[in-house]
Design a protein around this ligand. Structure first.
Ligand SMILES: [Zn+2]
Ligand SMILES: [Zn+2]
Length: 245
């Protein structure tokens, strides 16, 4: 890949001082005759002539490779490196390299406020890209602002069976999905909020009869006594059932 196209000889002649200086600079920076010939689309002897014109001494063939001098990023000590390694070689010693790592990391994690050098670069997406919020089925989730077609309005009543197998009526009290026992709502409308440790009891044992006269407030301790007979009967049945099984 050539950067310069020198087809016209006159152009070459007029541009010569400019090019020869640049060639000299690149040669001193470590480029070889062949590399320069490739860059300037000239023969190696032309490059040699340009170098002579600028008074640049040629390196001996098969001699030691040219080094350039860079400063250690930690202690600023000068280090001689091959031009090809100039961007890689940043420290004079292992100690300085470790000092640099210690500045930027704790163990194998970056310190707070230190960003990885490739952060935000093309081809380096963040590990948590697209993971914000809970997306259990991204392919079929609702668009923002769209509602489930089965969603019901506030005030809807639904009969569900509780853990003990008793039917209860639930009332939707708020969007998007807030439900409470209808019995509690009925009692609270008449008497104010239910105190902590208390619950609403159905006097006639019909757990779907939420008329106000059927509801009473009970502490949990009292309530267990209220239902003790029912519980003992149920346990007796359970015990017999277990024995027979
Ligand atoms: Zn150093
Ligand atoms: Zn009860």
């Amino acid at each position: 890949m050539s950067r310069y196209h020198l087809s016209d000889q006159d152009a070459v002649a007029s541009a010569l001082p400019l090019f020869s200086e640049e060639v000299a600079k690149l040669y001193e920076g470590g480029k070889s005759l062949s590399q320069l010939a490739e860059i300037f689309s000239a023969s190696r002897s032309t490059i040699t002539r340009w170098l002579k014109q600028t008074g640049t001494p040629c390196r001996p063939k098969n001699g030691p490779k040219p080094h350039i001098v860079v400063a250690c990023e930690i202690c600023s000590k000068e280090i001689r490196v091959l031009p090809s390694a100039a961007t890689r070689k940043r420290f004079c010693s292992r100690a300085c390299k470790h000092a640099d790592t210690g500045k930027r990391a704790i163990g194998n994690r970056y310190r707070a406020g230190i960003a990885p050098s490739n952060k935000g670069q093309p081809g380096h997406p963040a590990w948590n890209k697209g993971l914000k919020g809970i997306h259990l089925s991204p392919s079929s989730e609702f668009r923002k602002g769209h509602r489930n077609c089965r969603a019901v309005s506030v005030g809807t009543e639904r009969r569900r069976t509780d853990k003990a197998g008793k039917p209860r009526v639930w009332l939707k009290i708020a969007e998007p999905n807030v439900w409470r026992h209808r019995a509690q709502i009925v009692w609270e409308r008449a008497n104010g909020s239910i105190p902590r440790g208390f619950l609403v009891h159905h006097e006639n044992r019909d757990t779907t009869d939420d008329s106000l006269g059927n509801l009473s407030l009970q502490s949990r301790a009292n309530h267990i006594n209220e239902h003790r007979e029912d519980l003992e009967a149920a346990r007796a049945i359970h015990g017999i059932a277990r024995k027979s099984a």
